[in-house]
Structures are given as C-alpha cells and as structure tokens.
Design a binder for this molecule. Sequence first.
Ligand SMILES: [Zn+2]
Ligand SMILES: [Zn+2]
Length: 336
Amino acid sequence: MKRLCCSSNGFLILLWFCALTASAGDLPRPIEPYVNDFANLLSESERESLRKRLRSIRSERGLEITLVTQQQKSADWQQRSIESYATALFNEWGVGNRERNDGIMLLIIVADREARIELGKFYGREHDGNMQRLMDRKLVPLFREQQWYEAMHRALDGFEQLHRSPESPLPVESDSGPVLWLLGLGGAAALTGGAGLVWFRRHQRNKPRQCQRCLGAMVRLSEDIDDRHLDKGQQKEESLGSVDYDVWKCTYCDNVEIIPYKAWFTSAETCPQCRKHTGKSERTPYSPAAGGYYLNITCQHCQHHWSRFVRHSQSGGSSGGFGGGSSGGGGATGRW
Ligand SMILES: [Zn+2]
Ligand SMILES: [Zn+2]
C-alpha cells in the first residue's frame, strides 16, 4: 500500500512536470503586442499600418488583438493541433484584458496551411460560428492567394464588429444564398443559440413591468424623455456609453423606476468619489522595468483625478505588453 502511494506520488510529479512543459514548451516570445510576423509575410510598411490600426483599437476601446505568423508551429508542438497550440500561445502571452478576457489572436501557420482565430474566454462558444464564417468566407480565400496583409485587415474588420456587438451575429450578406449557406454551416446551431440569447435579453428588457407601489402597469419612456429623470452623472454615463438606463413610469401613480444596464464593453472606470462609471483613462507608456504602466484617470462627472498601476505580465515582464487575459479555446480554424 505504501509503495503504491509512493509510486503514485512519483507519477503525479511526472504528470505535473509534463503539464508544465506542455503548458509552455518552446512557445515563441512576443516581440510586441500587435504584429508578431515571425514568418516574415509582411513588409515593414504593412506591419506599421496594421500596428497603427491595432494601437488605436487598443487605446480607444481597450481591445487587445494580436496578429501572429509562423512558418511552423514550435518544435514541441509539431504533432499537436493548431487549436491547442493557439490556446497555449494565447494564454502564455496573456492576450487581452485580465478581467474582461476579451482579447483576440489571429495565428497563421504557413507551412501547415492553417490559421486560427483564438478568442478570449469572454466571448463564449456562441461566437465560434461567427468567427468560422469570417474565416471561411473572408480569410481563407485570401490566404489561398497569399494576400496576407489584405486578409489581416479583413480579420480586424470582423473582430471590431464582434467586439462592438458581441451579442449579435455578424450581418448576413446577400451575395450567396445566406439561408442555404447557414444550413450548411457546422456552427449553425451555435449561431441559433446566440440569436436566441439576444432575443431573450431584448425580451427581458422589453417585458411589461408592474409598478412596485400600486401594481399598475408601467410604460417605458423613450430615450429623449427619460433623460429628464436621470441625474447629471447618469446622463454622463449614458453619453459615455458605460451604462444605459431604462426609465419606466407607472400609468396610475406616476411612480418612476430607473433600471441600469451596464455596457459589456466599456473603457470607463468607476469613480471612487462619485461611484459613477465615468472615469476616462489615459495610459503612460509601458515601462519594462516596472513591468506595467500607469493609468491616469479623470472622472468626467465630478472631475476627480486618480491613477492606478497596471501590472502587465504574468511571467516577469516576458509577455510583451499584454493584459494577462486568457482563452478557453473558443474560436475558429481555417485550412487552405
Ligand atoms: Zn404605480
Ligand atoms: Zn466622479
């Protein structure tokens, strides 16, 4: 019995060691958070153009997207799928905001003629269908023609759209029988699930309400009228897009109920002084020595100032300026 114990301990240690090596192995280190063109598919000016776009996406909405190309998967990963490789790379680098987990990676493995869109944990599996569609219809045809630069811009279009409205599927274009096309798609079920979720949310929000005070029926006021019932801070939140308020009014007793809906994606910080979601932040340049950067935040409502240090890397400054986000393996794969 004792011996069994020991050997099972040894086995566990071995497993643990394997897990350690498998989790990192010889994954490449990022050169920068935007364009890691290890396979040299792009010219310097193309890289610069993509970098510029990625930098502004990141500064304007806090969305981290990274583009990665490699001739081959790293040696330890040759026998493994691009899916598991992409997830490992994403998590090793920590792509995306650590709290929101909304990062996105596009990985191209040239020799294998494979590409992977890897999504942060936030997005949930219902978005895989959208990304598969982007991959199959927009990206793979360009990859086949080796139009890498064009493909990356199309990918960014799709990612921006996903991030803007994560609950709604990408619009179906009318160029080729969308219904038939949808039917043929493996992700059709996922897409339907996503649409159902959107419907459910909208339904919940539009559902008739009963007055808490007199049990009378309430009506929802339109956006321009409802502003009169919101205080200055709430109006600021609405104008910054950080919180959307629905105002319901009782048709009998004039009781008013205000229901906040916090935005899924917002770069607005919560002000420690007035508690409104109206803090606008500016970040100082990344300091490798400190392993992070400062956010200088100003409340757009009460003008309170504060700042906060954001530590960047999970592994001692090696993650190259990513936010520490992680992926649960969602996304889409393309082959050509
Ligand atoms: Zn009432
Ligand atoms: Zn404030």
